[in-house]
Design a binder for this molecule. Structure first.
Ligand SMILES: Cc1ncc(COP(=O)(O)O)c(C=O)c1O
Length: 416
């Protein structure tokens, strides 16, 4: 049974008040809150076995190394990597994972005339690195269009992926629209043309079961902080052969085999891609976050989110003046519901809601091209996670009423 009250008790921050009322945290697509077990793992590390990893031969260093490597295995197994000890690379975040691929893979394998394919709904993290590498290598950028519901246009998938495609870089779940993309089918098409597939899993991995072998993706990037873990830790999954074929991204300590004044040879996977002292404490605490999610079960997480997302779509759509963007059936999307409320600017809306303890996101959500495609400069976004309840959606809807009272009748449509 999904015991949401028990789950909520595990998150100390959910007890706090904002402006004298209980916090309603609906900004989970930006970052999630942390359970007590993750906070405890951080404190325990610093109080009991803080040491640099891989280098020392003393007890503390051995304990820290073992805990760090244990999280690597957990993270790799969480996404069903075939060789979790080698195919799981720790970075700072999704953004750095994608930059690692765009640099280490792109600089080596892209040339003028090659095509990089992404979609119209990408986060800047899966857009700007490709623009930079296209400039550096002479490769060309192409993107797959979306329809008015925010889903990929399948004919355009077939039109854009072709013989010149070298990489398809695609989000599995849009942080704005919530749309879940058919990665497995797209990967099959890309592979027919010999292209590799990078999946931006920043929003999908925290919210649904993700199996890299089933998807048959070549790379998958995600962030600890969006799945109950600390900030400062990202994961890059890559198929072993591909990672072995790539040159290192950053040079320095830990990533070498042998160094002379003139040249170096590089360490084996995964160290080849982890130069310098990593974020040891936060990686270890990320292990506690994975344990927490596995205890609930990712299918249960997804079920819970589909229910609250559908509740939110229906409740918001029923408010006069609200425009909800993206798919309207929660089976097609994750727990991010993006909307506008008549002529109220999302920033104003966010501030009014904050006065009622409600945290939502307002702005372009690091997806400016998508905003233009939707015909707006900014939107409001409520995004849910394992601890959110329907009464928090009700609070959000009530909050819109307060915004209406402050800003007057909000739309010409509403007036009419
Ligand atoms: C779809 C998507 N991709 C990438 C990112 C970047 O994640 P990070 O800031 O952790 O690098 C985000 C963050 O919001 C996201 O939602």
């Amino acid at each position: 049974m999904y015991d949401i009250e028990q789950i909520r008790r595990d998150f100390p921050i959910l007890d706090r008040q904002v402006h004298g009322v209980p916090l309603v945290y609906l900004d989970n697509a930006a970052t999630t809150q942390k359970p007590r077990s993750v906070i405890d793992a951080l404190v325990h590390y610093y109080e009991h076995y803080n040491a640099n990893i891989h280098r020392g031969l003393h007890t503390l260093a051995e304990e820290a190394t073992a805990a760090y490597e244990a999280t690597r295995l957990k993270a790799g197994r969480f996404i069903n990597a075939e060789f979790p000890a080698e195919e799981t690379i720790f970075t700072r975040n999704t953004t750095e994972s994608i930059n690692l691929v765009s640099n280490a893979w792109g600089r080596k394998f892209l040339k003028p005339g090659d095509e990089i394919v992404f979609t119209a709904m990408e986060h800047h993290s899966n857009l700007v690195p490709w623009q930079m590498i296209a400039q550096a290598t002479g490769a060309t950028l192409r993107y797959i269009e979306i329809d008015d519901e925010g889903k990929l246009i399948w004919d355009d998938v077939l039109a854009k992926i072709g013989a010149k495609t070298k990489i398809v870089a695609i989000t599995q779940m849009s942080n704005v629209l919530g749309t879940i993309n058919p990665i497995k089918a797209i990967a099959a098409i890309a592979h027919r043309y010999g292209a590799v597939v990078l999946v931006d899993g920043a929003q999908s991995v925290p919210h649904m079961p993700v199996d890299v072998r089933d998807l048959d993706c070549d790379f998958l990037a995600f962030s600890s902080h969006k799945m109950l873990g600390p900030t400062g830790v990202g994961v890059l999954y890559g198929k072993r052969d591909l990672l072995n074929a790539m040159d290192p991204f950053l040079g320095g300590g830990e990533m070498i085999m042998k160094v002379s004044y003139e040249s170096s040879t590089y360490a084996a996977l995964p160290n080849k891609f982890e130069a310098g002292t990593p974020n040891i404490a936060d990686v270890i605490a990320f292990g506690a976050a994975i344990d927490y999610l596995e205890d609930i079960g990712m299918s249960a997480v997804r079920e819970h989110e589909m229910a609250i997302t559908q509740y939110a779509i229906d409740a918001l759509s029923a408010v006069e003046g609200v425009t909800v963007y993206g798919p309207k059936d929660a089976h097609d999307k994750g727990g991010a519901v993006t909307f506008n409320y008549g002529e109220v600017h999302p920033h104003d809306l966010s501030q009014v809601l904050d006065q009622q303890g409600i945290a939502i996101r307002a702005g372009h959500h690091c997806a400016q091209p998508l905003m233009r495609r939707l015909g707006c400069v900014a939107t409001a976004r409520a995004s849910f996670y394992i601890y959110n309840r329907n009464d928090e959606v009700d609070a959000l809807v009530d909050g819109l009423g307060a915004a209406d009272r402050i800003f007057g009748r909000v739309t010409t449509t509403a007036r009419a």
